[in-house]
Design a protein around this ligand. Structure first.
Ligand code: ZN
Length: 608
């Protein structure tokens, strides 16, 4: 009798605990045609649309069971693309072969990032979470593997790396961080930069790519002066996994939705928030204090008061051990800029999460958040904008707004504000197929380097001289723009490379305001009896605050002009279109948006 009674209780408890949870934990991918505004609003308000992909007028979404129910009940037409995303992930990856790795994007730069950034030896193929792919393929790093990598780095580079914990997760797991800098044990007066990953537990590349970045910095420190200067003149702090409980749950084998090879789609942390057993987890990136819980007039993707929602913002701002740890750590430092890495979507989501509640960015802030994301995205093609401009919905209580204007900010806190943003790596899935891991890491690595440069002295030089050099003795004109957050004095030097007799002395100046410019020139002379048409080459060097950048320039001495057309006349003066007739439907001059002068030449001058 007793035994029967006990079994009955246990069976009842298991049913009570597991049924609501498992009912939540199947994820499906759907294609939702957004044919009018109401459907878009429905997606944001009832489906917690988050990190979706738009294909033309179609929205590609991953939905949990209750969101799928809401979609079915809505009556809106949709196409079920994948019934069980986790199982599909495993099946898809099991067919990937080691020789089928996606190359890194070339982006809109002239060199290939896949060649510029080599995979660190210590990173190798990453971790053991291969999502069902065979050995020999790259994999995501488990949290314990991340920790091992960080320990190995601290052991191998004790003067450059320190490993520490910023606090514990809800389950008591240490949240590990590393500092990378020269004289790492000393708190030097160098710009401090912060990288965080895996606030959202399923956005796997956001953590693994930060381990790649750490190892890239360390392995190139001795051999690459650019990396050495960066590490020597910055204090780089990296927290690869803010949410270790949620991340580990996604490869825990807790159910078919969480296979031990990875691919689980849990988003929040794993704290039981009270009440029903299924009330688990807070969306950490809705738990910061700026605009916390203020989603009036916005959709549910903004944040939700429902404990079972994927965007539950928690009972109060900083209610979670993980966000408390981040807050305490940020308050203990003097960060100047930061990126909180997420995926997927291919964009930089900038302040504000709720732009409708704040004065638009202006001045230096606007310049920083325009120029720096453009540089960071040179090789990954990311777009940039505030939350509605990128993710298409408003976000309340996100980390980026707190970094910029929270209780550490210039408004109410003791320190300067932190120029924070959210990065959404590409890859097309929360767990991008494993043959994209290396490419995504390389694309993120370049982005991360650019942000570290921008934390301190960083300048762009523009050579303002014509392609044709016509004077034997003259001046090389340059314009330097300040794009870094520090404004130390800068020195511009011309280094002669080819066919330059003399060059003048270096010039030094200070650009006090962010995005300000300094225009000047350095004299030169060419060898006596120099012959027309010969090549002249020199290097611009800009040095400031221990960081040097170089740009090689080629010019021609009095070249023979074959054709000179400033396009201010008529197309037919110099040109004959052979592909299609000149005129409204083919090649011709147009005055629409000319770069210099009043006209330019276009393949379809009427714009179609
Ligand atoms: Zn995210």
């Amino acid at each position: 009798m007793f035994k029967l009674f006990r079994n009955g209780i246990i069976a009842g408890m298991i049913a009570a605990i597991s049924l609501p949870v498992s009912a939540q934990e199947k994820y499906s991918k759907v294609r939702l045609p957004v044919t009018h505004e109401q459907i878009m609003q429905f997606a944001f308000s009832k489906l917690n649309a988050d990190h979706f992909t738009m294909e033309g007028q179609q929205m590609l979404l991953v939905l949990n069971t209750s969101e799928m129910d809401a979609l079915r009940q809505s009556g809106y037409p949709y196409e079920l693309l994948i019934d069980d995303v986790v199982r599909h992930t495993t099946e898809f990856n099991s067919r990937i072969q080691p020789d089928e790795q996606r190359p890194a994007f070339q982006g809109n730069a002239c060199q290939k990032i896949g060649d510029l950034i080599q995979t660190p030896a210590a990173f190798g193929l990453g971790g053991s979470l291969r999502l069902g792919a065979s050995a020999g393929n790259p994999g995501y790093l488990k949290y314990t593997e991340m920790h091992t990598h960080m320990q190995n780095m601290a052991n191998a580079y004790p003067s450059l790396v320190s490993l520490f914990s910023i606090g514990n997760s809800a389950a008591g797991t240490p949240i590990y961080a590393v500092k990378i800098s020269d004289q790492v044990g000393t708190d030097e007066a160098e710009p401090e930069v912060l990288y965080t990953g895996l606030q959202h537990a399923r956005e796997a590349i956001s953590g693994t790519s930060l381990i790649f970045f750490m190892e890239y910095l360390l392995e190139n420190y001795a051999s690459d002066s650019r990396i050495r200067e960066l590490v020597d003149n910055r204090e780089i702090f990296i927290i690869p996994c803010v949410n270790p409980d949620g991340y580990a749950y996604n490869y825990s084998g807790a159910s078919a939705s969480y296979p031990v090879t990875g691919g689980g789609l849990w988003r929040k942390n794993r704290r039981h928030t009270g009440g029903a057993a299924s009330n688990i987890g807070v969306d950490l990136n809705r738990n910061y204090s700026v605009d916390w819980g203020n989603c009036s007039g916005a959709s549910s993707s903004c944040g939700s008061s429902s404990q079972t929602s994927d965007t539950y913002f928690g009972p109060s701002a900083f209610s979670e051990p993980e966000t408390q740890a981040v807050r305490a750590f940020v308050l203990s430092r003097k960060f100047v800029n930061a990126i909180d890495q997420h995926c997927h979507g291919s964009y930089y989501s900038l302040p504000y999460g709720r732009p409708s509640l704040h004065t638009p960015l202006s001045g230096a802030d606007s310049c920083y958040f325009t120029r720096i994301p453009a540089l960071m995205g040179l090789y990954n093609g990311h777009r940039a904008g505030n939350s509605p401009q990128t993710v298409n919905y408003e976000v309340a209580g996100g980390i980026k707004d707190w970094l910029l204007m929270g209780d550490i900010g210039s408004g109410t806190g003791p320190k300067a504000k932190v120029m924070g943003m959210t990065g959404e790596a590409g890859g097309g899935n929360f767990w991008a197929p494993v043959n994209q891991i290396i490419a995504l890491c390389k694309e993120n690595c370049f982005q991360n380097l650019q942000m570290a440069y921008a934390a301190g002295d960083y300048y762009e030089l523009e050579d303002l001289n014509d392609m044709a050099i016509t004077e034997n003795d003259g001046k090389l004109v340059f314009r330097v723009r300040r794009i870094g957050l520090s404004g130390s004095p800068l020195t511009v030097t011309v280094i002669p490379l080819e066919n330059m007799h003399t060059v003048g002395a270096a010039k030094t100046s200070t650009i006090a305001s962010y995005y300000g410019t300094y225009t000047d020139s350095i004299s030169y002379s060419l060898p006596a009896g120099f012959i027309c048409g010969q090549t002249i080459r020199y290097v611009w060097k800009v040095e400031a605050g221990g960081i040097s950048s170089y740009d090689t320039v080629t010019r021609i001495y009095n070249p023979i002009t074959l054709l000179n057309d400033d396009m201010e006349g008529n197309f037919s003066d110099n040109w004959t279109a052979i592909i299609s007739p000149a005129g409204p439907t083919g090649w011709g001059f147009t005055s629409t948006q000319s770069y210099r002068g009043s006209k330019w030449m276009a393949a379809s001058p009427t714009g179609n």
